[in-house]
Design a protein. Structure first.
Length: 437
């Protein structure tokens, strides 16, 4: 990986792209520390210090925003509205025939879907910004803080509207920065911004574990976390790179005096075909009961039961439910994102077949069978990785500030691998000897 970056800096045009990407990343980090107008920065800092890393229900969104959410900055919403909009559009493509037709139109249709994603991102940003400002005004954002009611001293309508507009504009600006990295940088703009948001919290989280440790002034716990983190990274890299390759043979066809086809290729089916989406779905769904209790303020029996079982996260019922939801959403997302019948029809249309399998329906059944077989270990792997923060909560008392959580490791390793592949492919295009002959 370091060799690829060193070679990229030696290539003039790639060096410009890397420096441009680094500049966008610096601008993005600066924006995460600019408070929204109308927020008392001193009171927010006091509440953050009293929270001591326990971010409660907003921990997942705060991680995706690089810590900007709880600080109420102009980039408080981060990249989360765009992620949500992308997932919604991806699900709607399967349901709405018009969107499915746009997807099949190629680049023009994809551009139209991207435009719809932008509009939906802005709409979700307005909705989430309004909810965040209302939460901060009511004091629910930091329920244990003494000055929670003074985070927004001026609670007039003008101040509220100004804060919502600033946060929405910040989300739109982040979306524009991501597209700039994709067009003029090294690619994968949104993923790189997500990578920066998550990685920014690693040093502080690691140092917090060291300060909380008791063995050898915390260095034993610090070393144990580093070793376990490296082991998790190695495991994630191994599984993320694992794939089942289905061989495909294309028949040779004679058109006039020319011969077409006769080539061999394969269909790569990843073990973790769903990526990190099932973990995000499961986490978001489990936040809903605790969120209802927190906003309702009820002390009834059902509310106390939810607080005892679904708030802290270390109860056996919560762990089992979380694991089962991840496995379910892994199969669900794979089922809607990969259509074996469509793949089989495309293969049949272009004269392709799997050796030993008849074209058409038998090919679709075979692909579905293989996909179900490899999704089981992929979903179980996702569930085990996602439970790492719970194990850390019990072993180290790290709570939500444990750096090597399942979602963060999956995203960082996945984005890192994809970025290295992008750089290596661009290096190959510029240095491949076949292009020079």
């Amino acid at each position: 990986m370091l060799t690829a970056f060193a070679r990229a800096f030696q290539t003039p045009d790639l060096r410009k792209k890397l420096l441009f990407t680094l500049g966008i990343m610096v601008l993005f980090r600066l924006g995460q520390h600019v408070p929204v107008p109308g927020v008392s920065f001193e009171n927010v800092n006091q509440c953050m210090n009293e929270a001591k890393g326990n971010q409660g229900l907003f921990g997942l969104v705060n991680m995706f925003s690089g810590g900007a959410l709880l600080q109420l900055t102009i980039f408080a919403l981060g990249i989360m509205p765009y992620i949500t909009a992308s997932i919604i559009l991806q699900l709607l493509v399967v349901v709405i025939p018009r969107l499915e037709a746009l997807k099949k139109e190629g680049q023009a249709g994809q551009a139209k879907i991207t435009q719809y994603t932008r509009y939906l991102t802005v709409a979700l940003a307005i909705l989430q910004a309004t909810g965040l400002v209302a939460t901060a005004r009511s004091g629910t954002l930091f329920p244990q803080c003494q000055v929670r009611d003074q985070i927004i001293p001026d609670q007039s309508v003008f101040t509220t509207v100004t804060m919502v507009i600033c946060m929405t504009a910040g989300t739109a600006f982040i979306m524009w920065l991501g597209e700039l990295i994709t067009d003029r940088g090294i690619g994968n703009g949104m993923s790189i911004l997500m990578f920066i948001s998550i990685a920014a919290g690693f040093p502080g989280a690691l140092w917090a574990i060291k300060k909380q440790g008791k063995l050898a002034d915390g260095w034993i716990e610090f070393g144990a976390v580093i070793i376990s983190g490296l082991a998790m990274v190695a495991l994630v890299v191994l599984v993320e790179q694992a794939q089942r390759r289905i061989p495909v043979q294309y028949a040779k066809r004679m058109i006039g005096r020319r011969s077409y086809g006769g080539t061999s290729t394969y269909i790569p089916l990843k073990v973790n075909q769903a990526g990190v989406i099932p973990v995000i779905f499961a986490s978001s769904l489990l936040y809903i009961p605790a969120l209802i209790v927190q906003f309702s303020g009820s002390q009834a029996g059902w509310a106390q039961w939810i607080q005892a079982h679904f708030v802290k996260g270390d109860h056996p019922l919560y762990i089992i439910t979380y694991f089962v939801l991840i496995v379910f959403f892994a199969f669900f997302y794979v089922a809607i994102s990969f259509n074996p019948e469509e793949v089989a029809d495309n293969m049949k249309k272009y004269g392709g077949f799997i050796p030993g399998i008849r074209a058409g329906r038998p090919t679709a059944e075979y692909l579905s069978y293989v996909l179900n077989r490899i999704t089981w270990p992929g979903s179980l792997y996702l569930g085990l990785i996602a439970l790492v923060p719970t194990v850390a909560l019990i072993a180290f008392g790290a709570q939500q500030n444990f750096p090597f959580g399942g979602t963060s490791i999956l995203i960082i390793v996945g984005v890192g691998l994809e970025t290295v592949k992008q750089i290596e492919s661009q290096l190959q295009q510029r240095n491949y000897e076949g292009f020079l002959r």
